[in-house]
Ligand binder design. Sequence first.
Ligand code: SD4
Length: 333
Amino acid sequence: MFQIQRELIVISKRKFLKYSFLGSAASLAAPSVTGMTQRYVKKGKKTVVISTWNHGGPANEAAWQVLAGGGRALDAVEAGARIPEADPKVTSVGYGGFPDRDGVVTLDACIMDEKQNCGSVAFLQGIKHPISVARKVMEETPHVMLVGEGAQRFAVEQGFEVENLLTPKAETAWREWKRESRYQPVINIENHDTIGILALDQHGNLSGACTTSGAAFKMHGRVGDSPIIGAGLYVDNEVGAATATGMGELMIKTVGCHQVVELMRHGYTPEEACREAVERIARKLGDYQQFQVGFLALDRAGNYGAHCIQPGFNYAVRDADGALMKDSKSKLG
Ligand code: SD4
């Protein structure tokens, strides 16, 4: 089905290589226009996985099984993200996620590997594991992003089952919300939110995944940052990886995760880069105090860090020394 499109892509890739060769020859001769130093972090041998919120703990364990067996970071982050996706107690990811204001559960997810390959789904309904559909988009199509009905149709073609994802608990919460229908984003919903998960494997390769049911009781059709490469997730194997949680509109407006990775490229530590991304939101978007945003970053040496707006954002770490939860520093409170 995708044969013709693949051929087109191969042709355009050849053209791209031709022109990018000319481009790189020119840039060798040209002086730096940015004047910024590129300080690549030295590649490390540390195998580690980090992920957002308390539900990151069980997710990291699944990811660690892959990493400890010598597996790829890409397989690790997918395995990790699938844990809260399948857990009905987690009301902000996958099955059991709170629905939109029409009572429909709509899911967003993306995944990115060490070679800049990425795949994404948005506004996906009825499929329990959007992260695995995102990976199929990455590996089985010439595209990066599929949304809505098209994403669901593709998932079914790939063998995923359509099921009802609205649990009785989520439906009750929605009915209670409907009584007042107040559209006010809730900060740190029960300490559960989007899961963003980043891993560094024993080959020194990074990957990341991000999956969510989005803002609870959002407008029907709303898509947040989580499936948007650069906003909710970004990976550059030369530098590091970043993911985000919280009010997605703020990450989209500032392309937050791409910014975190670029800051690390210029010498910021993961924590400093996350802090600067939060500061930039505060400087540029003004009205940020009522929202939560948390950034989490991992560099290619295995150093990690986080920063957020409101107190309450925590993250899980798993490496050969064991598992721990860490509280992020925050701009407010
Ligand atoms: C989003 N970052 O869709 C995600 C999750 C969220 O409040 O909404 N959290 O914006």
